[in-house]
Design a protein around this ligand. Structure first.
Ligand code: NI
Length: 182
């Protein structure tokens, strides 16, 4: 396994539509998944998509630990460490919620992103077996963020208002302003 170099915003690979994986069990795909997990854990990210490690293929890895944004009825807001190939997304709600997101390809920044937080997704796990889950809360958010990467979309594209695009070191000031405005 290896820790891979992460592409930063501006690299064209992040704007390409990634290609489906043909055989999940092929050695090169297995190596890619293992390396992506090692890279994500090393970078302390919640998710990583293959284009972020310069591979324009439809592979994502993510986990949704407890204690992040909870969700609503009937779906899981947490997920174990999951690798998903050729993921498909189905939006199950019209309403959107806004929360902070960051991205390993946009280091040091966070922004508030509106997203529908009740989804269903399908794909193939690292053994090639089908996965289907209903997700809400942070779980739904991270999966949508990673699938966006496979379509060349970065979270600032989804922001309703770029005013909240904030360096980590300034977040405390943003919070103070937001409180003062309430
Ligand atoms: Ni990202």
């Amino acid at each position: 396994m290896a820790i891979l170099k992460i592409a930063k915003m501006g690299h064209p690979v992040l704007r390409r539509v990634a290609e489906p994986v043909e055989t999940v069990t092929a050695p090169d795909v297995q190596r890619l998944i293992a390396d992506m997990i090692e890279t994500m854990v090393d970078a302390q990210g919640a998710g990583l998509a293959a284009p972020q490690v310069h591979e324009a293929r439809r592979v994502i890895v993510f986990h949704a630990p407890e204690g992040r944004a909870p969700g609503t009825a009937g779906a899981s807001d947490t997920a174990p460490l999951t690798a998903l190939c050729n993921p498909e997304l189905e939006i199950l709600t019209e309403s959107e919620e806004e929360d902070w997101e960051g991205c390993l390809s946009i280091p040091g920044l966070n922004g508030r992103v509106p997203r529908p937080l009740h989804i269903r997704y399908r794909g193939l796990d690292s053994s090639g077996a089908p996965v289907e889950r209903e997700a809400t809360g942070f779980h739904a958010r991270v999966v949508q963020h990673e699938i966006d990467h496979l379509n060349g979309v970065l979270y600032p594209d989804r922001m309703a208002d770029l005013n909240s695009l904030t360096f980590n070191t300034e977040l405390v000031h943003f919070m103070k302003e937001a409180e003062a405005d309430d």
